[in-house]
Design a protein around this ligand. Sequence first.
Ligand code: C2E
Ligand code: MG
Ligand code: MG
Length: 753
Amino acid sequence: MHRLVEPGTLFMGLALLALAAIWLVTWNLAAREQSAADRRAAVLAADMAGTYEAQVVRALREIDTTLKLVRYSLDERPPQVVLDELSQQDMLPPALLFEVRLSDAEGNVIASTHGPSHTNDTTPVAGQEGLRVELHHQATSAQDSRLAFHRSLSENGQQAPGWVSVLVSAEYFVSGYEPDTLEKQGVLALAGEEGIFLVRRTGETVHTGEQIDYAHLLEGNSGLEQPARVSISEWDGVPRYLVARPLFEFPIAIVVGLSQNEQMAAAAELRHTYYWRAMLVSCVALAVLTLLGRLSWKLRRAQTKVLEERLDHARRAEYLAFHDNLTGLPNRAYFSRLLTKGMQHARRYDKPLTLLFLDLDRFKAINDSLGHDTGDELLREVSQRLGRAVRESDTVARLGGDEFVILLPEITEPNQINQVADKILASVSTPFTLVGQEFRITVSIGIARYPADGEDEQTLIKHADVAMYHAKEEGKNNAQYYSEQLKTDSLERLALESSLRKALERQELLLYYQSKLDMASGRVIGMEALLRWQHPELGPILPKQFIPLAEENGLIVPIGRWVIYTACRQNVAWQKAGFPALSMAVNLSARQFLDDGLLRDIKGALQASGMAPELLEVEITESMMMQDMPKAVRVLQELRGIGVRIAIDDFGTGYSSLSKLQAFPLDTIKIDGSFIHDLLDNAGDRSLTEAIIDLGKNLGLTVVAEGVESAAHVEYLRRHACDQIQGFYMHEPQPAEEAALSMKKWFGSESTS
Ligand code: C2E
Ligand code: MG
Ligand code: MG
């Protein structure tokens, strides 16, 4: 039904209908015209036949009367005298047309109205009674052919044998008609019983003496009133409305024929006109309908276009509603739907499902130091890498910020999950090139499995998130499974916050120390103070577990102050105990670094302990410097101003542009332990480490490698002229007394105490 009203179909149908109507009417009209013309011609022929018949009969009767009159008038006088007398009395037909003759039994003319010189051309057969007709045919000219009407003089036995005859030009019987009515092919004729045309006129031409099949001619010819029928004339093959009728009193038949072609010519012309008009009207109708069809098609197309645009718009709107603008990945709302659906599917078919919760490590630092455009670029790149790292049946979505989730249907085997996680970790940690520089970013992954780790969408996501936090705590760039224990941990984190407030007062915080070894001399030349929290119930807590908390709630400022004071005191205590003057490094957090009281606190600690400022080294990270460069430069210059040394910690993970380092007053670069860790397996880490060493040397800085764990590391770093090393290779961070013992080993015999 819908197809029927489509403009193409509709207008095609209309056009066909219009054409059918036009031609039906035209054919109808033409047919009617034809049959009317046909009837008219038939009637006309019949009428003409009637008139012609009457005319011929009248002429024949007159002739017969003359014959009888002459025969009756004959007496003892010579026949010529009788004829002359009759002629003078105007009793005979006009001599101009008619010749009256008398002949003897042998046919010799004995008297004539046209004089005696005539040859004997009348030879009626003896013994025949009544009026007889004979054609005197002149082969040379039909005009000269004459019809002879004879009556025997001896009829009734009154006279001597012989004949009275009237001769008249054959043409006389066919000359009375208007050529207009007969036209060129109309026929008037008289046929004799013996099978010839006594005379036949067709148009202007007169023929005499042709043979015809008399019986066939009269066949099927009707009575007076009947209209004529068309038949093919045997003598010239022309189809005619033909009437052929024998005369009642005479041995003659009249023939009237009207040419069918001529009679129907007017009708045919009219029919032509009709057809022409129909053709014209058809063309116009077609043209109009084509135009309308085209217009309507255009209209329809325009409508379709508007419709499609709306649809497109709706689709786009829907797409935007469900996809993340930046990466084109499904957004939180869409993912939530997908997850619900996935869980329903998993429940119905008893299939497993695994959810990975991803958070980029230190993404904030990139965003802050390199600008949001670069951050966006990085997120886009990461989303593409994630897409490539998983199968097509897996779903990658972005929840916002630097958080991504990945749904792995039908996988719960740790083996398989680990493979996927490793692939993701590797793919993300491959260096990026952004704004012409190479960067490394890592990702922490939390894994939660359905149904073990959560039976509804909310719980599963939350637990994957908890696992992800755990991965961060485990040093980032790794994947962790959710477990009930983690949940307890995260609950404990809440409890921690309140107990952390009391930790300072309760003296639960303490410092561990780790030595730094100088490569050239092979001696310990400094210490780094690393914070520990001895929790009464939970036991020792590592800084990464509570420093972010302290950062958040601001406790880091008083805690940091305590660290500086304690570290300085310990340094001086060791000197007093006989150790050489070692440097003492303390770590600063971002909040602490920007705190206005920092300089005052450091001065206070130096004063209180009596430690030389040159021995104190503060460690800050790249991101802390980049957050507010001008302020960072100012603070560092102030610290420099009082003689404190400055180290940049965890170098290589913060994406700072190398050239920017020059802006800061620095003394030391510490290469992040993560590069050292994989040094021997990872070419990227090797080249980065070497680059940092080179850079440090070029800037005139002391280069320290952190996380040095093996002799192989030491060997490598020695070969590449790294200045100092720090790590488990010497000893793990330890409380002051133990650290002193470990330190001694490295002083060996040179130890003073
Ligand atoms: P950091 O300053 O880079 O300290 C080095 C970290 O690497 C220490 O972790 C240390 O235990 C660990 N480490 C040392 N040698 C090795 C090794 O050979 N292999 C491995 N795998 N690790 C090694 P720790 O003590 O857990 O401290 C973690 C971070 O917490 C520190 O990183 C520092 O950024 C922060 N931190 C520590 N103490 C303080 C503090 O008093 N104040 C502030 N603001 N931050 C602190
Ligand atoms: Mg440090
Ligand atoms: Mg470090």
